[in-house]
Ligand binder design. Structure first.
Ligand code: PMP
Length: 288
């Protein structure tokens, strides 16, 4: 495997960063996860736009233009002969010294890993997921806005640990005032009274690329999509619930906190969205 590191393609074993890198010392950096479908880099432009937006939000200068970043991603994917896979693109504040001061970090570190992706097993897509509501809250937007896709995922990881300890695979994270935000690595949707509902990102959720794609597909599925502040009761009472994310794509949720959602099987609308999304992954992105 070849990994892109600061302008060079290096072997996996040589792809190492300094222990003084502030990405490691403080989670000071931003990243993206991007899918490749049959030599098409899905929505690369949208991912890079979000990456650069996140970097601006944390006052991190990416020492590369977007056009050159596209080239770096394609170069990495090609070097690994990948047809299908997943790209992890990471920008850290770079090596500095001990202490928070970002001025000590003279140059951002850029690395790109292109690899196969481990999705949920097939049967989870057919049967749906059991999830819980986590006690750990999503970041308060005024302290660290969840719209920034930063390297700081500690509260998501704590919520994931809760999910795993309860024998499930995902967890819903609420805001500090009990609104539904999203899951640890996915956005959440509810089919309710014929409408497709999802929390507004301003509540404290990531502006998911898959979320955006799914909302735009609502017409095709004969639904209206709309952002709405949701409480857990809206979710428990939904006809269908599903999650969206680059790695998970679209996956049905059949129980939450042990309560059955809808019929307890992936719903017809969810299945239609899955079908439409699959079509999109054949055309919407950059071919190489
Ligand atoms: N929320 C969080 C917290 C995430 O980390 C992700 C990405 N894994 C998502 C939502 C989904 O975003 P996207 O569709 O862009 O992958």
């Amino acid at each position: 495997m070849k990994v892109y590191l600061d302008g060079k393609l290096v072997e996996r074993e040589k792809a190492v960063v300094s222990v003084f890198d502030h990405g490691l010392l403080y989670g000071d950096g931003v990243f993206e996860g991007i899918r490749i479908y049959n030599k098409l880099i899905f929505r690369l432009k949208e991912h890079l736009d979000r990456l650069y937006r996140s970097a601006i939000a944390i006052e991190l200068k990416i020492p590369m233009t977007k056009a050159d970043m596209v080239k770096a991603v394609v170069r990495t994917v090609k070097a690994n002969n990948l047809r299908d896979g997943y790209v992890r693109l990471v920008i850290t504040r770079g090596p500095g010294d001990l202490g928070l001061d970002p001025r000590r970090c003279k140059k951002a570190t850029i690395f790109i890993i292109a690899d196969k992706i481990a999705l949920y097993p097939d049967e989870f897509y057919q049967k749906g997921l059991a999830i819980i509501t986590a006690r750990t809250r999503r970041n308060y937007p005024r302290s660290l806005d969840p719209r920034i896709k930063s390297l700081n995922y500690l509260n998501n990881i704590l919520a994931k640990i809760e999910a795993i300890k309860s024998g499930t695979d995902e967890a819903i994270m609420l805001t500090c005032d009990d609104h539904v935000a999203e899951c640890t690595g996915d956005n959440i949707f509810a089919v309710h009274g014929g409408e497709l509902l999802t929390p507004p990102v301003s509540v404290g959720a990531l502006e998911g690329i898959t979320r955006e794609a799914v909302m735009a597909l609502a017409d095709k599925v004969g639904m209206k999509a709309r952002e709405k502040m949701l409480k857990m009761d809206d979710i428990y009472g939904a006809e269908e619930v599903f999650l969206t994310g680059t790695a998970a794509e679209i996956i049905s949720v059949i129980t939450i906190d042990g309560r059955k959602i809808g019929t307890g099987k992936p719903g017809v609308k969810t299945l239609s969205f899955m079908k439409e999304f699959k079509k999109l992954t054949k055309s919407d992105g950059l071919r190489y």
